[in-house]
Design a protein around this ligand. Structure first.
Ligand SMILES: O=c1[nH]cnc2c1ncn2[C@@H]1O[C@H](COP(=O)(O)OP(=O)(O)O)[C@@H](O)[C@H]1O
Ligand SMILES: [Ca+2]
Length: 406
């Protein structure tokens, strides 16, 4: 390390160093342009000694709704939401470090589903916001992320935060992310069999912290929670949705309402005359997932970390505590789905989609991925006060590629 600010460390043992470690603080700014919202993660790192890896010290997190894709026809307004979040970083990062602090935005499934033209117009406006900011803007700093990276980077985040990527005994954990428009499953296969049975495009090699990991990962576009609502309603990929009424047995009988997603307005409602409740709902949802996903044998018995909408819906139905998270079995989601779907009047103050969402999660886990009823899920929002999001893995990767660290 040729960092001049570090000269004093040669004279003092680290624990009595007279100058605050803050001298060696640096920052990384990562935007998550998700289908339902845009989020900024400002990470703080401290390089405590030149020979050790920098340590993650903290995170500042803020989010806005809706996501960029809702501004498909007003890209400037979309970029304005990014600018407002970036103003937070101007306050958070000391001015003398602005020029050294990289800023990157990666968009996920919301933009993947837009037309190329509309997506590019949004990214162009965001690029301008970045160029006008005082931060370090690396090449290709605004892009749509490849789905396979989304899973890999979330896996890196969770396994880093739980201490599995350092030391000798690495017992890595698999991760499940359920977004609005897409969903990811990622794990490190332990059996040779799994590698043999898995299609090549489900395997990705990734280098991080001087190790190479060959991961099983896949992002299913259109299988996020909100996309699944549309698929269940039969409204996904329908050209002229205007005026059409989409009905489902997963919704309260008398319900009729409107819903905006990805810049499109949908009318939806309950089965006024027909059936409602868990049984018909499960059959409806099953059509969306059955036989559509690859089922690796290896995962049936192993436990996974689950976050995003898995977490949110478990909180909404008191399966877990919002702050604490918790451990659930796959069958807990099915039990809750039955309870909600068969008593929709009792739950009508919550989202009208609660029955459909829980039923979808149960079906996705069991019939989609092929998990057993008693497979354990560790529901986690934060580890050591850091959000379990692909953005941390992406920031490590960014710092590594810029040669700033790692
Ligand atoms: O930093 C985060 N920490 C925890 N959950 C997050 C974070 N960012 C997004 N989420 C969750 O992601 C879900 C929404 O998915 P998103 O909008 O990212 O769609 P996408 O991944 O399909 O593009 C919500 O459950 C939201 O709570
Ligand atoms: Ca996401």
């Amino acid at each position: 390390h040729s960092n001049k600010e570090m000269w004093f460390q040669d004279f003092f043992p680290p624990n009595v160093c007279p100058i605050d470690a803050k001298a060696n603080t640096f920052y990384g700014i990562m935007f998550d342009a998700g289908s339902t919202g845009t989020r900024i993660h400002i990470y703080t790192f401290v390089q405590k000694s030149p020979e050790n890896l920098p340590e993650l010290e903290g995170e500042i997190f803020e989010s806005v709704k809706p996501g960029l894709s809702a501004y498909a026809d007003q890209p400037e307004k979309g970029a304005e939401t990014v600018k407002r979040l970036l103003d937070m970083a101007i306050d958070a990062v000391p001015p003398h470090l602005w020029k050294k602090t990289p800023v990157v935005l990666k968009a996920t499934a919301g933009l993947r589903l837009l037309s190329e033209e509309k997506a590019q117009a949004l990214l162009l406006e965001v690029r301008e916001v970045f160029q006008e900011s005082p931060f370090l803007v690396p090449e290709d700093s605004v892009s749509i992320m490849d789905g396979s990276y989304e899973g890999v980077l979330a896996w890196i985040t969770v396994n880093f935060l739980t201490g599995q990527l350092s030391g000798q005994n690495q017992h890595t954990v698999g991760t499940l992310d359920l977004g609005g428009a897409s969903t990811q499953i990622t794990f490190l296969p332990r059996f040779e069999e799994t590698l043999k049975e898995t299609p090549g495009d489900f395997l990705t090699s990734f280098e991080m912290f001087n190790s190479t990991y060959k991961l099983y990962t896949h992002s299913y576009l259109g299988f996020g929670l909100k996309a699944a609502r549309l698929a269940t309603l039969g409204a996904l990929n329908v050209e002229a949705v205007d005026g059409q009424m989409f009905r489902s047995s997963c919704l309260p009988k008398q319900l009729e309402a409107e819903w905006h997603f990805g810049g499109v307005k949908y009318r939806y409602g309950g089965n006024k005359e027909g059936e409602t409740g868990f049984k018909p709902c499960y059959l409806e949802v099953l059509k969306v997932v059955k036989g559509k996903l690859h089922q690796p044998d290896e995962i049936r018995g192993s436990s996974f970390y689950a976050f995003s909408y898995y977490y949110d819906r478990a909180v909404d139905t008191n399966l877990i505590d919002y702050e604490e998270g918790g451990v659930l079995e796959v069958k807990d989601f099915e039990r809750k789905a039955k309870e909600v779907c068969d008593n929709m009047e009792r739950y009508n103050s919550a989202s009208p989609f609660l029955c459909m969402d829980l039923t979808y999660i149960a079906a996705l886990l069991k019939e989609g991925f092929g998990f057993r009823d008693n497979t354990l899920l560790q529901l986690t929002k934060k580890v050591n006060n850091i959000e379990t999001s692909w953005t941390l893995g992406a920031t490590f990767h960014l710092l590594q590629s810029l040669g700033i660290t790692y």
